[in-house]
Design a protein around this ligand. Structure first.
Ligand SMILES: Cc1ncc(COP(=O)(O)O)c(C=O)c1O
Length: 396
């Protein structure tokens, strides 16, 4: 680790962001010139095929955001008013907000200590006759215990959605993120490993769900070809299509996905080498049956160090480094205060409540260098030292 790091770099270190090469720019330019008329769907079809094949799933539907993919998934599975969907308390609000768009209620439960993903035991406790679906989130690239979740769901006839927005490239027992549940979703937001600017994907192996999702994505048009039928709607639905230019960017990014994931894993390894030996500081796990894409390297501080997430974030900010707070429990947010079903297990969600105030996401953009990581880690040590806990933290 660089000692005596200088805090006067000319550029801030961003927390996340893409690497766009000339190859991607050429594809987007081609889509802008030629992605019309008979070629209007060419890049979209190609992008969908690349993602479906990569994830090992039969069908993929490109959409405007992962948020819309989650809404579309819920609607496709028939989630509606009066239903409950069990979801993690610790996630980005986008995982859960679409549940309310269907008229259903979210029931928010605790996460596991090691993977930070939804706890199957907490899911079992939350099941009621109203439970229609379980939505698991592969948080920061970690994988949910999908075999346990799928077993719980199968035994009770409950549907499963995998929110793999943050996990493209991860796998569990050799099965890729995006390949679990009845329907799964990915995000291509600018902060994600593969980006289309804004964008998402709905994935499924089920032909009937695929047809239904296609129909709902595009204003409930009949699937019959012909000028008249194309403008004949049999249900009121949604408009969630992705544009050809976005898909072209996605095609370019998917062609480089192995290199993009490798960079993420290298970045994590640079952090791991420098931070994992510190007492009271833990980082993302990778169980033996998991390949973690490490979308966001994250540290969790032991409360005994006396340093909080906010101390680390403020200290990094002052040194020109952007970071992100670990997700705050949704049940602590004013947006969920009045939602009784969401709050049902709020007090029982002790693992997330304990970890969130002490956890920080560290910079890992596609442009992050080992030198950047050196600088960030030196800064973290300095902040811990300011908190007069360096001896305890550093001695290992
Ligand atoms: C876990 C999770 N779910 C859903 C989303 C929503 O993705 P999008 O921004 O593409 O709508 C995100 C995006 O940040 C996410 O992290």
């Amino acid at each position: 680790m660089a000692s005596g790091a200088t805090w006067n770099r000319d550029k801030r270190i961003p927390v996340a962001g893409p690497q766009i090469t000339d190859a991607e720019v050429a594809l987007v330019a081609d889509a802008a010139r030629n992605g019309w008329y008979e070629n209007a769907n060419a890049y979209i079809n190609q992008f969908e095929r690349l993602v479906a094949d990569y994830c090992g799933v039969k069908h993929a539907i490109a959409v405007s955001h992962a948020t819309s993919a989650i809404h579309l998934a819920l609607e496709t599975l028939g989630v509606t008013e009066g239903d409950e969907v069990i979801a993690p308390d610790i996630t980005w609000i986008a995982s859960v907000a679409p549940i309310y768009q269907t008229g259903a209620d979210a029931v928010l439960v605790d996460m596991k200590e090691d993977t930070w993903c939804i706890d199957p035991a907490a899911i079992e406790r939350a099941i009621t006759p109203r439970t229609k679906a379980i939505l698991g989130v592969d948080l920061y690239g970690s994988m949910c215990d999908w075999p346990a979740i799928e077993k719980i769901a199968r035994e009770r006839g409950i549907k499963v959605i995998e929110d793999a927005a943050e996990a493209l490239g991860s796998s569990l027992d050799g099965r890729r993120a995006g390949a679990f549940g009845d329907i799964s979703v990915l995000s291509f937001h600018g902060s994600k490993t593969v980006t289309t600017g804004e964008g998402g994907m709905l994935l499924t192996n089920d032909e009937a769900l695929y047809r239904r999702a296609l129909f709902l994505r595009d204003h409930g048009r009949t699937n019959v070809q012909g000028r008249y039928q194309m403008f004949f709607n049999t249900e009121i639905a949604f408009k969630y299509k992705m544009s050809a230019m976005q898909a072209a960017l996605g095609v370019g990014q998917m062609k480089r996905i192995d290199a993009l994931i490798e960079h993420k894993r290298n970045t994590f390894e640079w952090y791991r080498k420098r931070l994992s030996g510190l007492n009271g500081v833990s980082i993302n796990v990778e169980p033996p049956n998991v390949f973690n894409c490490f979308w966001m390297p994250t540290i969790v501080l032991d409360p005994s160090l006396g340093v909080t997430r906010n101390d680390i974030m403020e200290g990094l900010d002052a040194r020109g480094v952007d970071s992100r707070p670990f997700f705050t429990p949704l049940t602590d947010m004013p947006a969920f205060a009045e939602h009784k079903a969401a709050q049902r297990f709020a007090k029982a969600n002790v693992v997330g409540a304990r970890i969130a105030p002490y956890a920080v996401n560290l910079p890992s953009s596609a442009l992050t260098t080992e030198d950047d990581v050196d600088y960030v880690c030196a800064a973290i040590l300095e902040i811990l030292r300011e908190g007069e806990v360096a001896e305890r933290a550093i001695a290992s």
